[in-house]
Design a protein around this ligand. Structure first.
Ligand SMILES: Nc1ncnc2c1ncn2[C@@H]1O[C@H](COP(=O)(O)OP(=O)(O)OP(=O)(O)O)[C@@H](O)[C@H]1O
Ligand code: SF4
Ligand SMILES: [Mg+2]
Length: 383
């Protein structure tokens, strides 16, 4: 983790510049002719910058578009709109060999190391694969040393090279996954839920390993997770995603100390605090009801169907931009996509009970796995 977070980085300090990125998946129906009957708006207008050497944490409920955004950064999911500039180069402008070379600099670590590692390949073969593809194995003595160094860096013995993924525990397999990402000397690692499949006791070890490696190799991380504690621990800055866009972004400590967006406040209020006195007295916002479907997102502010501070007209019709807020003591690096962030923070607006929405069933049926799209949303503000 780096220490201080300025509002506007110098262009040279930005490694990844995501500009207005949208990823819309067509929903097809029909036996003979594939007819597009709608879109899943998985990522719907995201701007974010990841600075060299920092860890950017992306957090949000299942289905809000975190993985799709991660994949769009690697151009594995080409954006429907907007662009991703990596180290000064628009990724979409690259083709063939140039794209392959650039991809080497961005590697992924996945949630489930068992399914991301080919069970028929030995660790040696798994680690050599990427190195061979990028011409990093021409000198076999140097390649052998590199393999041993990689294993040492991730805390595995050199004897692991001849073994197969099933011979390792979950935590060790994730270490192999990390070694594999490191093998091609990347600048950015996109880690998608890197510890959520691991036992709690092992999670901390893998998180600490990621932090050590960041320092040793000067890496930049985008860490995607739904666990607020993991994100807080590892991130310099955090972006909170809701239905395809970022609703709040701040330095990790600022976000956790003063969450400003109603959605972030609801997420934070669900995390128990160890001190029983603080736990009893603090605000609790129960966020019940499903996330509306990204195939049929609410108009205006996408959170309005669940927001206890929703105001008539404007919240339902005007989509709020991610903006610097005018609140004393809140730094300019803290941005919020809420029309009323200032009034909510000052207490000028008070929370109210959210009534369940009546949903038009014809709009709800788009054929996605979710079935009913905008489910009844109830959000209750408790004492
Ligand atoms: N290839 C695809 N085709 C159609 N829809 C997709 C595709 N990939 C993802 N989606 C949809 O896009 C939305 C966002 O998915 P995504 O996997 O990015 O969410 P997520 O935030 O990573 O969720 P989770 O926390 O469960 O991993 C979901 O509604 C998902 O069903
Ligand atoms: S813009 Fe309105 S609906 Fe959206 S979070 Fe703010 S108060 Fe709630
Ligand atoms: Mg995901």
């Amino acid at each position: 983790m780096t220490t201080s977070v300025s509002a506007q980085p110098r262009p040279a300090d930005v490694l990844v510049d995501v500009q207005g990125v949208k990823v819309h998946f067509p929903i097809k129906r029909g036996v003979i002719f594939d007819k597009t009957i709608g879109y899943v708006y998985a990522v719907d207008g995201v701007d974010l910058q990841i600075r060299r050497g920092e860890t950017y944490g992306l957090v949000g409920e299942s289905g809000c578009g975190k993985s799709t955004l991660g994949r769009a950064i690697l151009n594995l999911e080409p954006p429907t709109d907007g662009k991703v500039v990596f180290d000064g180069v628009d990724i979409a402008s690259l083709k063939g060999e140039a794209l392959r070379r650039k991809r080497r600099e961005i590697q992924m670590v996945f949630q489930d190391p068992m399914s991301s590692l080919d069970p028929r390949q030995s660790v040696e073969s798994l680690l050599l694969e990427g190195m061979k593809a990028h011409g990093l194995t021409s000198d076999s003595a140097a390649a052998g040393k590199r393999l041993r160094d990689l294993l040492k860096a991730v805390g595995l013995p050199a004897t692991s090279l001849s073994k197969y993924p099933h011979e390792f525990s979950g935590g060790q397999r994730q270490r192999i996954g990390i070694a594999r990402a490191l093998s091609v000397d990347p600048a950015l690692i996109v880690a998608d839920e890197p510890v959520s499949a691991l036992d709690v006791s092992v999670q901390a070890q893998v998180i600490n390993l990621l932090e050590d490696l960041q320092e040793e190799f000067g890496l930049t991380y985008l860490v995607v997770a739904h666990d607020l504690a993991v994100v807080r621990h590892i991130s310099d800055r955090v972006g909170v995603m809701y239905l395809g866009s970022i609703v709040e972004e701040a330095a990790a400590d600022d976000l956790y100390a003063v969450p400003l967006h109603p959605y972030t406040r609801a997420l934070m209020s669900a995390v128990p605090v160890p001190d029983p006195v603080v736990e009893d007295g603090r605000e609790r916002i129960l966020l019940t009801g499903d996330l509306p479907s990204p195939a049929n997102p609410p108009s205006g502010c996408r959170f309005h169907t669940r927001c206890p501070w929703r105001q008539p007209a404007r919240c339902d019709t005007e989509r709020p931009q991610l903006r610097v807020v005018d609140i004393e003591s809140v730094p300019r690096s803290h941005r919020v996509a809420c029309h009323y962030a200032e009034d909510i923070a000052s207490g000028a607006l008070t929370a109210h009970r959210v009534e369940a929405e009546v949903v038009d069933p014809t709009l709800a049926d788009t054929g996605t796995d979710g079935g009913s799209l905008i489910g009844p949303a109830t959000l209750t503000e408790l004492g």
